[in-house]
Design a protein around this ligand. Structure first.
Ligand SMILES: C[S@@+](CC[C@H](N)C(=O)[O-])C[C@H]1O[C@@H](n2cnc3c(N)ncnc32)[C@H](O)[C@@H]1O
Length: 501
C-alpha cells in the first residue's frame, strides 16, 4: 500500500497534543521512578504523524532535537514536508512511509509518539507498531501509545454498527460522512438510550474526520487494559504509566490498599478496575523496554523533582483563608475544584507566570508569596500542599514538566512573532500552537494580525489594519474598541509564547 485514501480525502486535524510533549512524558515517567533522556536534545520519532501538526512545533521548540515523522497518507506527508521546507527547519523530517516497513537505518529514539494510531490500524500494523517500539526505543526510551478502551466503547458499539451498516462503504470518505449525518438524524428519532443520544448529539457537530475514523472506518479496536499490557509483554515491552488525565486514581489506590511495596502483580488489575469504574474511553500510556526499572503507582514524593505549569482562571473571588472548594477553569473549559488555601495560592502563582513553569521549591515560595500578598493568615503545610498538588497533577489541572525553558515575552512597540507562528497563521489547514503545545482558537482577524507581526509595524499601525479588516468584513467598530481588541490579542500571543522579546 502506498497511501491511505481515507486520510488523503479527509485529512485528520493535525493538532499539537499536550500530553505527547516529551517534557511532560519525562515528568510522568519520573513519578514512576523512571529517568528519561533530556527532552530538549532528544531523538523523537512520531508514527502516523499526519501532516506534523504535533511534531513540527516540538522540533521548532527544541533546535537540538532530531525529529522524524512517519506518515502513510501521501497527501498529509507531503503537506508536512512542504511546511517544514518553508519554515527552513533542519531538525525535523516528515517521511511518507508505512510504520510497518520502517527504513532500516532509523536508529534508536528517546521518545516515540503514536497518538490515534494503534486502535485504528489492522492487527498486523498493531503488531508492527509495538515491534517498532521495541526495536527503536533506546534503553531509557519511552513510547507514548494511545488507544481506545473497551470499558468506554462497549456502550457505543451499537452506534458504530448502525452507522457502518447504514452507510455505503464504497463512497469516498467525505460523501460517506454526509450520509452518516443523515443516519444520525434518523437514529436520534429512533433511540432513547441517554448515552447513545449524547454521543449522537456530539457527532452531529464533531469534525468529519473524527466521525469517519471512529465510527465508519474499518478498524477501531477498543481494548481492555489487561489485554494491552499482555501485548506489551509479548513484545518485550512494559507499561510505565498513564500520561492522560485520570480521575480517582488516588481513591482507587486507597480502596485497593495498593501501597507501592505490596502491589507486585496487582497494579494492572487496579488499572483495569479503574477503567471499568470510570468508563474510560481512551488511554495514553507510556511504554518502555521490558527490562526498564519503574514503580507503580506514581509516587507523590517524586513531585519534588519536577516543575509545573498551569493556565487556570476563576470567576470566584478566591478565599485564601478558608478550605472551601473553589472552581478554577482552564482554556479548554475543564473545571477543577480546589479547597486547600495553599493550593489555591499555588494555582494563582502558576497562572500568573504561565507559560513559565516553576520548580517544586519555587512553587512553594511563590505560594507563600501569594498568601502574604493577599494577607492570608494561615501557614502552608508542605505535606498538605504536596497531596493537593498530586491530585491536581493527576487530573491535569496542573501539568508536570521537566522543562523550565518556556517564556512568555511581552508585546513591544513593534511586536515580532516567531516564524513558526506566522507561517501557521497564514496556512488555514494549520493550527497555531502555543509554546506549551496547545491549539489556539484564532479567528480570521486574529490570524491576520499574527501574520503581520514581523517587527515592521507599530501597535498603532496594526490596530489600523485590524480596523480596516473588520470594516471590510462588515463590522463597524470605533477605533478605540479596535485598539483595545488588538492590545488584548497581542497579550494573548505573548502569554502563549508566540512573541520574541
Ligand atoms: C487517527 S490519525 C491520527 C493522526 C495524528 N497522530 C493525530 O493524533 O492527530 C491516524 C494517522 O495514522 C496514519 N497511519 C495509518 N496507518 C499507518 C501506517 N501503516 N503507517 C504510517 N501511518 C499510518 C494515518 O494516515 C493517519 O494520519
Amino acid at each position: 500500500m502506498d497511501t491511505l485514501a481515507s486520510y488523503d480525502e479527509l485529512p485528520y486535524d493535525s493538532l499539537p497534543l499536550p500530553e505527547t510533549q516529551p517534557d511532560v512524558i519525562a515528568a510522568v515517567a519520573r513519578l514512576h521512578g523512571f529517568d528519561a533522556q533530556d527532552p530538549t536534545r532528544a531523538r523523537i520519532l512520531e508514527l502516523g504523524c499526519a501532516q506534523g501538526g504535533n511534531l513540527i512545533p516540538l522540533a521548532w521548540r527544541w533546535p537540538a532535537c532530531e525529529c522524524i515523522g512517519i506518515e502513510l497518507s501521501r497527501v498529509q506527508a507531503a503537506a508536512g514536508a512542504d511546511f517544514v521546507a518553508h519554515l527552513g527547519l533542519q531538525n525535523v523530517r516528515i517521511l511518507h512511509g508505512d510504520l510497518a516497513a520502517l527504513p532500516g537505518d532509523l536508529g534508536e529514539f528517546d521518545y516515540i509518539i503514536a497518538h490515534g494510531v494503534y486502535s485504528w490500524v489492522p492487527p498486523a500494523v498493531q503488531q508492527a507498531l509495538l515491534d517498532a517500539c521495541r526495536r527503536h526505543l533506546s534503553p531509557q526510551g519511552l513510547a507514548y501509545v494511545s488507544f481506545n478502551v473497551a470499558a468506554g466503547w462497549a456502550p457505543l458499539a451499537p452506534l458504530r454498527a448502525a452507522l457502518r451498516e447504514r452507510t455505503d462503504a464504497a463512497l469516498p470518505a467525505p460523501a460517506r460522512c454526509r450520509q452518516a449525518l443523515r443516519v444520525l438524524d434518523e437514529l436520534a428519532g429512533e433511540w432513547s438510550d441517554a448515552a447513545l443520544r449524547k454521543e449522537i448529539a456530539y457527532l452531529r457537530s464533531a469534525p468529519p474526520s473524527y466521525l469517519f475514523h471512529e465510527y465508519l472506518a474499518e478498524f477501531n479496536e477498543a481494548i481492555d487494559f489487561a489485554s494491552f499490557a499482555a501485548r506489551l509483554d509479548s513484545h518485550d515491552l512494559r507499561y510505565v504509566g498513564e500520561v492522560g488525565p485520570r480521575r480517582a486514581v488516588v481513591e482507587l489506590e486507597d480502596a485497593w490498599g495498593l501501597a507501592p511495596e505490596g502491589m507486585t502483580g496487582r497494579w494492572h488489575d487496579a488499572e483495569g478496575a479503574l477503567d471499568a469504574v470510570l468508563g474510560t474511553r481512551f488511554r495514553r500510556v507510556l511504554v518502555a523496554r521490558a527490562d526498564a526499572e519503574c514503580a507503580q503507582p506514581p509516587q507523590v514524593e517524586r513531585l519534588a523533582s519536577l516543575a509545573f505549569y498551569a493556565d487556570l482562571a476563576s470567576d470566584e473571588e478566591i478565599d485564601l483563608d478558608a478550605a472551601n472548594e473553589q472552581v478554577f477553569v482552564n482554556p479548554a473549559g475543564n473545571r477543577f475544584a480546589v479547597a486547600e488555601p495553599a493550593m489555591k495560592a499555588a494555582v494563582m502563582a502558576l497562572s500568573m507566570v504561565y507559560p513559565r513553569a516553576l520548580t517544586y521549591a519555587a512553587l512553594l515560595d511563590a505560594a507563600h508569596g501569594v498568601m502574604a500578598d493577599f494577607g492570608a493568615a494561615g501557614e502552608i503545610d508542605a505535606m498538605v500542599l504536596q497531596d493537593a498538588l498530586f491530585r491536581l497533577v493527576m487530573v491535569h489541572g496542573v501539568m508536570p514538566t521537566v522543562w523550565t525553558g518556556a517564556t512568555g515575552g511581552e508585546p513591544g512597540e513593534r511586536p515580532v512573532a516567531h516564524a513558526l507562528a506566522r507561517l501557521q497563521a497564514v496556512r488555514p489547514d494549520w493550527v497555531v500552537s502555543g509554546t506549551r503545545h496547545v491549539a489556539l482558537d484564532l479567528d480570521a482577524a486574529g490570524r491576520e494580525l499574527l501574520a503581520r507581526l514581523d517587527g515592521t509595524l507599530t501597535q498603532d499601525a496594526l490596530s489600523a489594519h485590524m480596523h480596516a479588516n473588520l470594516r471590510g468584513s462588515g463590522l463597524e467598530l470605533a477605533r478605540t474598541q479596535v485598539d483595545a481588541l488588538t492590545a488584548r490579542q497581542l497579550w494573548q500571543f505573548a502569554r502563549q509564547g508566540l512573541l520574541i522579546a
